[in-house]
Design a protein around this ligand. Structure first.
Ligand SMILES: Nc1ncnc2c1ncn2[C@@H]1O[C@H](COP(=O)(O)OP(=O)(O)OP(=O)(O)O)[C@@H](O)[C@H]1O
Length: 256
């Protein structure tokens, strides 16, 4: 990754103003080192998506600051890629054209980059396929490749595997780690899945709701690749569970 910088959230505070003021995010301070993998977990409505949109620059109505490499990052830019739960591919474009987005594949440099991305997300042989011919996991890999084409310093992922079946989800978690190892963008991923958070990230940010606050940050120094059945993994999982259990949200809402 070229010129990666620290991502800093300083006293980020957000309210939606309808008939009644809704204080969604309160005093969020978080700093991500370049190339770090961090997940955010917390009850429904605690402001995870709102926070990601603010970092992406899609919502400018907030207090506080978002800095990337020490400079204001409050606007959308190529430095930040955003991947949603529902991949948004153009159905009328092939895989390679979806990845190239609005750049011409006749340009040698673009062609080279697209080929490298296809290799990175392991979609060789599917360059000319259309989205309707792909599985959910493959489509999500195209979306990841498209986001990575911009060479973002930071990749923001909002429940990227939420719509996938359990088997594809596990496979995609491994694929994402593989991509991260080769690409080294800073990763900030929102999830409801405790296992996913422990499997993927170096730090797990546990949030609290109404208003959304950072409740606890759990460090995860387990070496990669991680084995879900190891005692260390189970211990981390319990630690995150304990942090979440202190909340009002009933436990059955969690995927464990
Ligand atoms: N555009 C909007 N206008 C008004 N209120 C909003 C808007 N978007 C979100 N909210 C409110 O902000 C709060 C946080 O929503 P957000 O989607 O960020 O939560 P979340 O933690 O991502 O939830 P989930 O886990 O269910 O996806 C909710 O109370 C929601 O109703």
């Amino acid at each position: 990754m070229s010129g990666s910088g620290k991502l800093e959230l300083i006293a980020v505070d957000k309210s939606f103003r309808a008939e009644k003021q809704n204080h969604v995010l309160a005093d969020i301070h978080l700093s991500l080192s370049p190339g770090e993998f961090v997940t955010i977990i917390g009850p429904s409505g605690c402001g995870k998506s709102t926070l990601l949109k603010i970092i992406a620059g899609l919502d400018a109505d907030y207090e506080g600051a978002v800095l990337l490499g020490g400079v204001d990052a409050g606007k959308p830019s190529r430095d930040k890629g955003f991947i949603f739960q529902e991949h948004r591919l153009f159905p009328w474009l092939t895989v390679e054209r979806n990845i190239a987005a609005n750049q011409s594949l006749r340009n040698k440099e673009v062609r080279g980059q697209v080929d490298a991305m296809i290799k990175l997300v392991r979609l060789e042989g599917f360059e000319k396929a259309y989205p309707k011919e792909l599985s959910g996991g493959m489509s999500q890999r195209v979306a990841i490749a498209r986001a990575l084409m911009q060479s973002p310093q930071v990749l923001l992922l909002d429940e990227p595997f939420g719509a996938l079946d359990a088997f594809t989800r596990t496979h995609m978690q491994e694929a994402l780690l593989d991509i991260w190892r080769n690409n080294r963008a800073t990763m900030l991923l929102v999830t409801h899945d405790i296992d996913e958070a422990v499997f993927l990230s170096e730090r797990i940010v546990v949030m609290d709701a109404r208003p959304g606050r950072i409740k606890q940050i759990v460090r995860n120094d387990l070496p990669y690749p991680r084995t879900r059945h190891s005692p260390g993994f189970q211990e981390l999982r319990s630690q995150v569970m304990r942090a979440l259990e202190k909340q009002e949200e009933p436990e059955e809402n969690w995927v464990i």
